[in-house]
Write a protein that binds this ligand. Structure first.
Ligand SMILES: NC(=O)c1ccc[n+]([C@@H]2O[C@H](COP(=O)([O-])OP(=O)(O)OC[C@H]3O[C@@H](n4cnc5c(N)ncnc54)[C@H](OP(=O)(O)O)[C@@H]3O)[C@@H](O)[C@H]2O)c1
Length: 273
């Protein structure tokens, strides 16, 4: 596995997302066995960074992730667990309560990374960051970050937080260059902040674009692997693909090791939706 090293922390270039684990907006019991199997295979394959949120399956994704980790026998210190506070829980007391609830559902006593999931109009960033920094001071959270923050909000958040922000988690992929175009990627790279790319392979464009398929074939990999290799080659960029399929999980993990040259990846730079 390739790692990104930032402020003495080494974090895998490719982690595992948990959106749709245990359901979508609410728990879905029909997804229970499939979800636990996906988490177990991800743990067995060697994923160590797991990204979840209180919003995923209304907390059930956190419960299943905690259960899978306990059943795997993996030591907590070998894993890097990210969770997120929902926009409706921003505010001092609400953030403290939301974190406590996430830890309870996970059955863990700390989070490696805690993010504001989405900004909310009129949110009180100062109060929210006061609570987030208290969580760090109290040892319940190791690192702080945000998600879906544009450049203006990211700068405001960075100015509010006593603890340096570790990441801004945003949608970023070959076909979706919004956060490259709006200056967030460059700001992160210049200010030692990770850009965690979510939805890195989901778009139909990646499986359906003829040119992308052809170029991937020439390199002997899948279009999804090219899309991931293109991301993780970039400084300060990590990503968190999700898959229920053990073969896809293995291919995604292996994509971190693909070491294509700039010349080999150059044609992909031009491919956009
Ligand atoms: N912060 C936010 O607001 C936010 C928003 C969205 C997502 N996220 C996080 O980011 C994670 C990833 O994003 P995502 O789940 O939206 O999208 P994604 O990981 O880009 O795509 C998931 C989809 O791609 C398929 N897939 C994955 N690997 C594949 C491969 N190697 N070959 C073919 N198909 C493959 C999966 O199907 P199979 O199961 O069949 O493989 C699944 O349908 C989420 O799980 C979540 O943790 C965060």
């Amino acid at each position: 596995m390739r790692y990104e090293t930032i402020r003495e922390l080494s974090i895998p270039k490719i982690g595992f997302g948990t959106w749709r684990i245990g359901g979508e907006g609410r728990p879905d019991t029909s997804q229970e066995a499939r979800s636990l199997a996906a988490l177990h295979s991800a743990l067995e394959l060697g994923y160590t960074h797991f990204d979840t949120a209180e919003a995923y399956a209304a907390g059930h994704a956190e419960e299943l992730l905690g259960q899978a980790v306990r059943e795997s026998g993996r030591g907590r210190e070998t894993l890097f667990i990210t969770s997120k506070v929902s926009p409706e829980h921003l505010g001092y007391a609400e953030v403290l309560r939301a974190c406590e609830n996430s830890l309870h559902r996970l059955g863990m006593d700390y989070l490696d990374l805690y993010l504001i999931h989405w900004p909310r109009l009129g949110m009180n960033l100062a109060d929210t960051f006061q609570a987030l920094n208290k969580l760090v001071a109290d040892g319940m959270v190791r690192h702080l970050g945000v998600s879906n923050f544009n450049l203006k909000l990211l700068k405001q958040a960075a100015a509010c937080s006593e603890t340096a922000l570790l990441t801004n988690q945003v949608s970023y992929s070959l076909p979706d260059r919004t956060y490259e175009k709006n200056g967030v990627l460059a700001y992160c790279q210049q200010n030692d902040i990770l850009l965690t790319a979510y939805s890195p392979v989901k778009r139909r464009f990646i499986s359906g674009n003829r040119q992308l398929k052809e170029l991937a074939k020439q390199l002997g990999v899948t279009p999804q692997q090219v899309a991931l290799a293109w991301l993780v080659r970039q400084p300060r960029v990590i990503t968190i693909p999700m898959s229920f399929d053990p073969q896809h999980q293995a291919e995604n993990l292996a994509a971190a090791e693909l070491d294509f040259s700039e010349a080999e990846l150059a044609p992909f730079q031009q491919i956009q939706e």
